[in-house]
Design a protein around this ligand. Structure first.
Ligand code: HMG
Ligand code: MG
Length: 302
């Protein structure tokens, strides 16, 4: 076991979380959420996506949100860009990192970005090239690495194939996503092993949705493999509009509690993180979808 002594969390709540909300969330609220996350010690926030507003209306205020953030030194701000049009729009917002997102399953690729896996790679190639030429770091996300809402189980070979394609076009870092939260530890381990055929351990992160309550267990097995970077979502916000029934990412608060308990450094202040989660949950009119946040809020109240 090579459990890392330090872990970096990317809070994807403002993007993966809020993209799925039906009710309008004003740009000012999104900006305030990012401010609260950075105040809690998050060093990377996935802020928004430059996708078609017809497909994901909630992210239509991407430029406004990016412009409204008071950037803090040492914090990196990433955005999703599915194609050249999105990249060119994103460039004006000066992101530190862009994310191109593909799927290990053909059906999900079609539903989510309206093209095949091969076509998505063709679209991403010039985006990756332009981003790297502009000095912008390129992360990739691989959806459905253990299961697909349309195709069911996804074989590790599909993951390895996609990771190879992403590596081939110059994607620098890769996220192994369980989009619909159906994964269990050994399946997730196999998806990570498939990714390791093309990417170094230091260039791999875990992105686990928590639909079936397995995301913490999946995080733990990834940690035991030495993975030290994870996407998590404050208050457990989230889901993908094109993955019906999938709930949010594992809650950042739950992962920080786990890591703190294991003596793993994150640089994150759990109390401030709980406050950030409470802020957005209050706005959305519900309780944070995090067991640790709930316990800590109850403790405060009592
Ligand atoms: P398309 O319809 O095939 O695109 O959509 P197109 O190139 O044919 O263009 C059609 C129209 O869209 C045109 O407008 C374009 O201007 C516009 P019209 O002439 O009809 O008025 N358009 C754009 N507008 C703004 N920004 C753009 C853009 N591109 C085209 N970048 C497209 C293809 C990829 C655009 C569409 O399918 C799309 O936006 N999909 C986004 C889906 C999405 O955001 N899903 C959620 C994020 S992924 C996720 O959550 C998974 C992840 O968390 C990991 C995991 O958990 O698995 C990352
Ligand atoms: Mg996701």
């Amino acid at each position: 076991m090579t459990i890392p002594s330090r872990v970096k969390l990317v809070d994807v709540g403002p993007r993966d979380g809020l993209q799925n909300e039906k009710q309008p969330v004003p740009a000012a609220v999104k900006i305030e959420l990012v401010h609260r996350l950075q105040a809690a010690g998050l060093t990377e926030v996935e802020v928004t996506s430059f996708v078609s507003p017809k497909w994901v209306p909630q992210m239509a205020d991407n430029a406004e949100v990016m412009a409204g953030i008071e950037r803090q030194a040492g914090v990196r701000y990433s955005v999703l860009t599915p194609n050249m049009q999105g990249f060119e729009a994103a460039l004006k917002s000066n992101p530190d990192e862009i994310v191109v997102f593909a799927a290990a399953s053909e059906a999900f690729s079609q539903k989510n970005i309206n093209c095949s896996i091969a076509e998505s790679i063709e679209r991403f190639a010039p985006v990756v090239q332009a981003a790297r030429a502009a000095g912008i770091y390129v992360r990739g996300a691989m959806s459905c690495t253990v299961g697909c809402p349309y195709e069911g189980d996804v074989a590790p070979e599909r993951v390895s194939y996609l990771a190879g394609l992403m590596k081939g076009i110059g994607v620098q870092h890769i996220g192994v996503a369980d989009t619909i939260g159906v994964g269990t530890p050994l399946k997730v381990q196999r998806a990570i092993e498939a990714t390791l055929k093309h990417y170094d351990l230091n260039d791999i992160s875990g992105h686990f949705h928590d639909t079936y309550g397995q995301a913490l267990a999946n995080t733990l097995i990834a940690l035991q493999m030495g993975v030290w970077q994870f996407d998590t979502s404050v208050a457990g916000l989230g889901g993908c509009p094109y993955a019906k029934g999938a709930t949010g990412n594992v809650a950042s608060e739950d992962v920080v509690y786990l890591l703190q308990g294991m003596g793993i450094e994150t640089g994150i202040d759990l109390d401030k993180l709980v406050d950030a989660g409470k802020f957005i949950s209050d706005f959305l009119g519900r309780k944070p979808n995090s067991r640790a946040a709930t316990a800590l809020l109850n403790k405060r109240a009592g």
